[in-house]
Every structure is written in C-alpha cells, then in structure tokens.
Design a protein around this ligand. Structure first.
Ligand code: AMP
Ligand code: ZN
Length: 483
C-alpha cells in the first residue's frame, strides 16, 4: 500500500537495496533472479521445545528483510521450515537427536506418531510467538516430515552422481568430491582434518563428511534401509521443492554458517549444477549475561517468560530492532525495560497526541527511512529517524502520524493500530474499565488538588498505587493506568 503511494512521479528515486552477503564478505547491491518475486528461505526452528529469545531474533530479522524488500517494490516468496525430526545437538552428526530429547523429557514413546504430536505442540507455540512479534507468516511453512519423499529423492540423485558413500550407520556426503566445500565462512577443510577430535565414526572418509541418511530402527523406509534423512538434507530438499533450484536469499543464524549451510550448498549444487543461493544473510547471536543461551545453564528465556514479566511482543521487537542484525546483543531485563519505556513514549505520541488517521506521509522522511533500511537493514538508523520525526516542529500531527504509520509497515512495533487498540496497549484505562472504588479515590484526590491540599492528594496517590493503579495529571484531567 505504502509502496504504491511512493511510486508517484514526484517521489525521489527509490534507493537500491544493499545486503551483506556472508559468501562475499561484502555489502552487495541486491539484484533478484527474476523480476516477478524474490525467493527467500529461512532456516526454521527445531520444534522439540519452546523457542528461546535468541531463536526469535533470527525470525524478526527475516521479517524485517522481507518487509524491507516489500517497501522497495518486491514481491517475496518465502519459506520457513519446521524441523520436526533429525536435528542433532551437535551439527556434525554427533550428540543426541533433539526430538528424541523432547520425547524423553515429556515421557512420550519413541514413535513417529508421538514425535508428530510433540512437534504439533511446539509448532503452535512458535506460531503464537510469531503472531505476538508481528512476524508475517511465510508463503510456505515447510514441515520436514511432510517432505520425506523429496529428501529421499535428493539423496538418491547425489548417490547416483557418486557424491555419497554408505557406512554401517548411514549414507554420507563425501566433501572431497566437491572442491568448493566450505566456501561459506572460508572453512579450511585441511585444518578441520588435522584439528578433528578422535573420530567416533571411523568409517567416515573425512571428519567433515556429513550424514544425508541415518540408519535406525525408527524412521521411514528407503533403499538405504530404514531411518531418517540427515538434518542438512531437509533444508536443501525443501528450499528446492518450494522455491526452485536457484534462490535469491537464504537466512539463518551465524551458527549455521560453517556446517549446516556449507552442507546445504554442497548437496544442492552437486545435485543441480546450479548456484543454490545468491545472497547468504546471517543474524548474530543474542547472549544472556554475555553467555551463550543454554538450558543446562538455566538461562533459556522464552517469550512466555517475557510476558510473565509484563513485556509485550512489540516491546521485545522494538528492543531487537535498536541493534543491527549483525551485532551480537546481550539480553538484560534492564535493557528491555528501557525499550518498554521508549516505546511507551512513541505510542503516546501516536495514540494520544497525534491521533490522526487521514494524513499523507512525508515523502522526504519516508525516503530517508527506506534508505536506512536499504543499507543492509539499518534498523537502529531507521528508529533514530522515527524519533527525529517526532521532534520535527515543521510537520503537522497529521503528517507525522501518517509517516509513522508508513514506517511501522516495516518496523511493526504497534504504532499503526487503531486508536482504541493502541490506547489499550498503553495501559491507560477508559472510564468503563475503572472500578468504582478507584474512581472514587481519583475524584477525592482531584478535589484535594483543587483545594491545594497537597498532602491529602499525595496520600490518595499512594492509596491508588497500593491498589495497583497510577494516576497522572494531564491538561485534560487525571489519567489512570494499571501498574
Ligand atoms: P534451532 O531451533 O536451533 O534450529 O534455531 C533456530 C534459529 O535460531 C536458527 O536460525 C539459529 O541460528 C538461531 N539461534 C539459535 N540460538 C541463537 C541465539 N542465541 N541468538 C540468536 N539466534 C540463535
Ligand atoms: Zn536449515
């Protein structure tokens, strides 16, 4: 909607989008493969547990990317996968299967049906988190267990082309047959070999060879025996099944670069002979107390924990966007509280001061906003511009409000809700929501104030606080909020 608005002749030229490509190590001008739609694949969650706040960062980042492309006039065809089997705790084929871990934790039997039931629960929870963070649903949610055939077909193709070999526990990709292996993040294959810990699987030809099929008692039938597709094959098969053999952009967290994404490249390019991905974008990690998030450290915070402490999706999203996606960020309740207060002020501008719905966005500000985002998704710069706009006395409230609404089509931090919904998110109560007892105290306090009886007014304020309410004096009378 806003894109059309800014396509008029008088509009300054749309800035070209520059994205930092992990593969080249540079910001590059984005040129899509097809003018019709940009194809975007995002590595999704492993649905054996609730997503933690770090995981959520990866999806807010992908959402900002998608919305940025949209305001620059691109259609985006987007897939996010849901890993509902086969992701080991260690990316290089060691450790425990995360879904098995989930089954054990919840006392469920080790069957495919129970695995599906377990993942149903966490898929629903993940969708709820995405809604709360105003993340747009992708064109396709691809669930790994719904794409078994495509994965087996891909393994067969690699096998026929001679890229794999069989061992007693599975089928492995032979990385030495793909000389470009490890090009993402410049992984040194020789170093990997000399630095490898004592190899658990002595049948592997190279320590970095990875399983495309894991044999086992549980799983699906294939000509390699019963078992599971390897975790990396899942993303290769589903990206190609839903978006094509060559795609524009692939995203994920930086932990996926060395193994998972190099493996995806190897599998796809050996199967098709085409360049699988043209732009690789990776979001940096979120730490807690400057430490890695981990269940065993007891520092795994989920979205539910934020809500329990009184934070909303808008507040968490706002906090995330105040840092650039390629910077490591450290989570703290203090930082989140500061973000909450800042967003509260922005919402008050929109829902109390401006309250205007029929203005036209200011073209200069909106173009600058697009420029910030076009510069490798500079969300801190875009937010700084939004604050600058609120302080700009040359613009009237109608224009400010419309411009903020346009900006919020990318930021999505709750600045373009209808007035009633927006006002509610401020926690300011309308007269219908205020209990009679509270209203009586507010009225008494107002009378005390008018009589300049400040001590009495203060005491009544304390009484209101103790009952869970705050009162603030404004030119339009007292404003009552819930603590
Ligand atoms: P997983 O469920 O482990 O496959 O992770 C889902 C997404 O979250 C992936 O893109 C990971 O790279 C990302 N991720 C995992 N841990 C963190 C973290 N601490 N901070 C930011 N992103 C993370
Ligand atoms: Zn993936």
């Amino acid at each position: 909607m806003f894109t059309d608005l800014f396509k008029s002749k008088s509009t300054p030229p749309v800035p070209a989008v520059q994205l930092f490509n992990t593969e080249s190590g540079n910001k590059q001008l984005f040129t899509p493969l097809s003018p019709k739609a940009v194809t975007l694949y995002t590595c999704g969650p492993t649905v054996y547990d609730y997503a933690h706040v770090g995981n959520l960062r990866a999806f807010v980042f992908a959402d900002i990317l998608k919305r940025t492309l949209r305001i620059h006039g691109y259609e985006v065809k987007h897939t996010i996968n849901l890993t509902d089997f086969g992701h080991l705790t260690d990316d290089s084929d060691a450790g425990e299967d995360k879904m098995m871990k989930g089954l054990k934790r919840e006392g469920l039997p080790v069957t495919l049906t129970a695995m599906r039931q377990l993942s149903d629960i966490y898929i629903d929870a993940f969708y709820n988190d995405m809604d709360s963070l105003r993340v747009l649903p992708p064109t396709t949610w691809s669930r790994a267990s719904d794409y078994i055939e495509a994965q087996i077909r891909l393994i067969e193709t690699l096998d026929q082309k001679g890229y794999t070999y069989e061992t007693s526990d599975g089928v492995y990709f032979d990385i030495q047959k793909f000389p470009k292996y490890g090009r993402l993040g410049n992984v040194d294959i020789e170093k990997l070999k000399s630095g490898a810990r004592v190899e658990v699987n002595t049948e592997k030809r190279h320590p970095a060879d990875f399983a495309v099929w894991k044999k086992g008692l549980l799983g699906w039938e294939s000509r390699f025996g019963k078992g599971f597709p390897g975790w990396h094959i899942e993303c290769s098969a589903m990206a190609m099944a839903t978006l094509g053999k060559e795609i524009d952009i692939h995203t994920g967290g930086i932990d996926h670069i060395n193994t998972h994404h190099n493996a995806e490249i190897a599998q796809c390019e050996c199967a098709t002979g085409k360049q699988f991905v043209h732009y690789w974008l990776h979001s940096a990690f979120l730490t807690i107390d400057n430490t890695k998030i981990s269940k065993s450290l007891g520092n795994s915070i989920t979205f539910r924990h934020l809500v329990d402490r009184g934070f909303s999706g808008d507040e968490y999203r706002y906090w995330l966007l105040t840092s650039h996606y390629r910077s490591t960020i450290n989570f703290s309740w203090e930082a989140l509280t500061a973000a909450k207060q800042a967003l509260f002020r922005l919402k008050r501008f929109v829902y109390e001061d401006y309250k205007q719905l029929s203005g036209t966005p200011d073209a200069t500000y909106f173009t600058k906003f697009k420029e910030r985002l076009a510069d490798d998704l500079d969300t801190p710069g875009a937010i700084a511009l939004l604050w600058e706009l609120t302080k700009d006395d040359t613009l009237d409230n109608k224009t400010k409000c419309a411009t903020i609404h346009a900006m919020d089509s990318v930021l999505e931090i709750g600045l373009s809700d209808d007035i009633e919904t927006g006002t509610k998110t401020l926690g300011i109560l309308t007269s219908d929501d205020i209990p009679a007892e509270i209203q009586a105290l507010v009225d008494q306090r107002e009378a005390a104030r008018i009589a300049h009886n400040w001590l009495e007014a203060d005491n009544l304020r304390t009484a209101l606080n103790l009952k869970g309410y705050t009162v603030e004096d404004t030119p339009h009378g007292p404003k009552i909020s819930k603590v």
